[in-house]
Design a protein. Structure first.
Length: 166
């Protein structure tokens, strides 16, 4: 039997609303130091979070076991993709990153670099890009450079400069 009377459901609605507006996944921007103008071309990137790296099983008497947590996982990775321009902005950025040693620091904003709720600083990043496919029949999609970004996150969060970035 389902409990779905209006008064009962309103309690859940009110509780959810009291927790605040939900964050929309698309409301972010990535700003790579030295290539700040390319933030508008980032289509996808990982949002860093600190958590344990996993579990350690500790054996006990009579075959029992317990758990201990590993250290915090500060070395992280995630999917990243950029939209290319006719000027070759991303191609030039990738070559520039390699020419300057391959590693970079960045900020990931919840909002835009000029108006954001919070930002997270990531360090010692590098990007492994998969070769994009060019296709004569594909007239319906922009050129996307996709790959994996490897980075370190130590829990640094920068307070925002806005209560609403929209």
């Amino acid at each position: 039997m389902t409990l779905s009377n209006a008064a009962y459901l309103k309690q859940f609605h009110d509780t959810a609303k009291a927790s605040g507006s939900k964050i929309i996944s698309s409301d972010f921007s990535l700003e790579i130091e030295g290539f700040e103008s390319n933030w508008i071309l980032t289509k996808q990137c990982p949002w860093p979070e600190l958590s344990t790296a996993g579990e350690i099983e500790v054996p006990g008497a009579l075959g029992s076991a317990s758990w201990e947590m590993q250290q915090a996982k500060t070395n992280q990775q995630g999917a990243i993709s950029f939209m290319e321009t006719t000027a070759g902005s991303i191609d030039q950025m990738l070559v520039g990153l390699i020419a300057s040693g391959g590693k970079f620091n960045a900020k990931i904003y919840e909002g835009t670099p000029t108006k954001f709720l919070r930002a997270k600083r990531i360090e010692d990043c590098f990007i492994q890009v998969d070769n994009p496919d060019r296709d004569w029949e594909n007239r319906s999609q922009i050129l996307i450079f996709s790959g994996t970004m490897f980075f370190h996150y130590f829990g640094e969060s920068i307070p925002g400069n806005s209560n609403d970035y929209r």
